[in-house]
Write a protein that binds this ligand. Structure first.
Ligand SMILES: Cc1cc2nc3c(=O)[nH]c(=O)nc-3n(C[C@H](O)[C@H](O)[C@H](O)COP(=O)(O)OP(=O)(O)OC[C@H]3O[C@@H](n4cnc5c(N)ncnc54)[C@H](O)[C@@H]3O)c2cc1C
Length: 273
């Protein structure tokens, strides 16, 4: 396992929405300027708190699509929120939140579901840190397999971007299950990452509608399709799985059946089935 990164301390921060743009047919990309943000590692999330005029508050977690150190008093943080029909918070963030709106964010959160370049992991190993399970931190980089369902890809665009920015040689793969081509999050970013010099491969699985000429009929991912698409257990990859609770649990149990070491599988569940 890679080492537990040295991540900034979390706290509550005032934030201003500076942009809300359509990301997919049901999701929006939200850019926030966060006051006093300490920076975040790729893969971390934060809590957004909304406060109504009568003082009622609602708080939900969102993965961070950006990463990096603080950039002064105010740091730009990118989120992508999918609208859950009849949800309390996500329809507001997708359809109502506008530039200038004020929210509060708590974070960064999650020190385990992160990826750092080999150099940073080696530095953590040199510092004598142990991983979250208490084991020693190996300095050798390990291949990485990311597996996302729908909006579960948000932390992975941050990881893949961090990998490209570091020009890291670690093999990086993303298996991304998505309903239709119009539902792909961060499509231009992933297109650029595929042609960047750091080794990054994207495998898309369409579950409802595929582009014309796509070699596979649309279908939900199966254990067999997973076995064909992901790095084999013999390569000892670190595997990150993110999406709805049902998707994550299904995929994680298949990975174990395929021989992957449970200690090398990191999961993030967004809720829902
Ligand atoms: C660590 C973490 C990171 C997350 N990152 C993201 C992210 O980057 N982008 C994003 O869009 N969401 C993300 N989520 C999910 C997010 O926190 C909310 O759960 C989601 O936006 C729904 O909130 P809501 O208030 O609209 O719905 P609620 O009012 O809370 O729920 C309404 C109904 O929808 C169901 N439901 C709740 N969440 C989901 C879901 N995710 N999918 C399907 N049904 C659901 C509930 O069971 C309930 O029946 C993340 C969750 C966690 C725990």
């Amino acid at each position: 396992m890679i080492g537990r990164p040295s991540v900034p301390r979390s706290g509550w921060h005032p934030a201003t929405v500076v942009a809300n743009t359509p990301e997919t047919t049901s999701a929006a990309r939200l850019e926030l300027e966060v006051e006093g943000w300490p920076g975040n590692a790729a893969g971390q999330h934060l809590d957004v708190r909304l406060t109504a005029p009568d003082g009622y508050t609602a708080t939900r977690s969102y993965s961070i699509a950006s990463s990096g150190p603080a950039t002064g008093d105010v740091t730009r943080v990118v989120l992508a929120v999918d609208r859950v029909p009849d949800g309390e918070v996500s329809p507001f963030l997708v359809d109502v939140a506008r530039a200038g709106d004020r929210v509060e964010v708590h974070g960064p959160l999650g020190a385990f579901f992160v990826w750092q370049p080999a150099a940073a992991s080696a530095a953590a190993a040199g510092s004598g840190e142990s991983d979250a399970a208490g084991g020693p931190v190996p300095s050798a980089p390990r291949p990485v397999q990311l597996i996302a369902g729908g909006s579960g890809v948000v932390p992975f665009v941050a990881m893949a971007q961090a990998h490209a920015d570091a020009d890291d040689a670690t093999p990086f793969r993303l298996l991304y299950s998505v309903r239709t081509p119009a539902d792909v999050f961060f499509a231009p970013e992933f297109e650029r990452l595929v042609s960047a010099s750091a080794p990054f491969r994207l495998d898309l699985v369409y579950t409802r509608e595929a582009p014309a000429g796509w070699p596979m009929a649309p279908a939900r991912i199966t254990r067999e399709a997973l076995a064909e698409a992901v790095l084999p257990a013999s390569d000892a990859p670190l595997v990150y799985v993110c999406g709805s609770t049902g998707f994550v649990e299904r995929v994680a149990s298949w990975l174990i059946e395929l021989g992957h070491d449970a200690r090398a599988i990191r999961t993030e569940r967004f809720g829902g089935t």
